[in-house]
Design a protein around this ligand. Structure first.
Ligand code: NDP
Length: 278
């Protein structure tokens, strides 16, 4: 039987630990959550993040701005949040409306409050192996693998998807854990030949049930990052879970795998930003 990598349960354990850390430190970490517009998926993510903050004792400060907000107005708000001593972390929920330049906004967040780990300074620190905030989804994935005591050292990890928020930072994190890492994307030739070599296969491409049984090596560990809503309303990952699971050593479900771990990792970063963990 494969091990089901339970992100819900693991995230709960992490939340309990963080709650204790916060109590011990006697601090009140603050997270500003900025949402622009009414993107339904973003609203759901923001709601989950605020709920998780409340559970562990992080105060969330909510900023919901209209879809017509200009780049200047958003930057003004971020400038205020950068200076606010009660706020230790700033999260600007992506995607932003098209009149706003995402990169400029990311770069306007104080790197010391960049709990999403998207600022170029933190991206550079990750690349160089220096301390800094790591993006939540990759950090959550590494945490999940470690908490289940799965091997990383010397393992061949294959990542499908090279986005700035998942694939690229995960590449660096896996490398720093001494995995041998291969990165694939939409132009990769012979994808199946590469995924079949993976000891750890990460699917982060955003295509429902794309990874089929014939693309997976027997005994592989499968991390499914994808969140895809089918017409029926059902949420599925990027892996054909039902057909793939029985040949794996371990696999994450969707929902209940990487999603909750992403939120747990955001909380870890926020608690660290507030100085509760050293
Ligand atoms: P992006 O759309 O930014 O990137 C997708 C990547 O997948 C690109 O690098 C693209 O290649 C590659 N890709 C697309 N199609 C193929 C294909 N047929 N074969 C090989 N590679 C392909 O996605 P994100 O990284 O933002 O998100 C990926 C998925 O993860 C989505 O379903 C998203 O909802 C989910 N997600 C889940 C999170 C969680 O907390 N669980 C957090 C973040 C994302 P190219 O670069 O060549 O275009």
């Amino acid at each position: 039987m494969p091990i089901l990598l339970d992100g819900e349960k693991t995230a709960q354990i992490i939340k309990n630990e963080l709650k204790e850390e916060i109590k011990k430190a006697g601090l009140r970490p603050g997270l500003a959550v900025v949402l622009v517009g009414k993107n339904p998926a973003s609203r759901v993510y923001v709601r989950h993040k605020k709920k998780a903050c409340a559970e562990v004792g992080i105060k969330s400060f909510s900023y919901e701005l209209p879809a017509e907000t200009t780049q200047y107005e958003l930057m003004e708000l971020i400038e205020k949040l950068n200076l606010n001593k009660k706020i230790h972390g700033i999260l600007v929920q992506l995607p932003l409306p098209e009149q706003i330049n995402e990169q400029k906004i990311i770069q306007s967040v104080d790197p010391k409050k960049d709990v999403d780990g998207f600022h170029p300074l933190n991206a550079g620190r990750l690349m160089l192996g220096l301390p800094g905030f790591r993006p939540a989804t990759p950090l959550g994935i590494i945490e999940l693998i470690k908490r289940y005591n799965l091997d990383l050292v010397g393992q061949h990890a294959v990542i499908v998807g090279r986005s700035n928020i998942v694939g690229k930072p995960l590449f660096q994190l896996l490398l720093s854990e001494h995995a041998t890492v291969t990165m694939c994307h939409s132009k990769t030739k012979n994808l199946l030949e590469i995924t079949k070599q993976a000891d750890i296969l990460v699917a982060a491409l955003g295509q429902p049930r794309f990874i089929k049984k014939n693309m997976v090596k027997k005994g592989a560990v499968i991390i499914d990052v994808g969140i895809n809503r089918l017409r029926s309303g059902k949420l599925v990952g990027d892996v054909d879970f039902d057909k793939v699971k029985n040949i794996t050593e371990a696999i994450t479900p969707v929902p209940g795998g990487v999603g909750p771990m992403t939120i747990a990792a955001l909380l870890i970063n926020t608690v660290e930003a507030a100085g509760c963990i050293h």
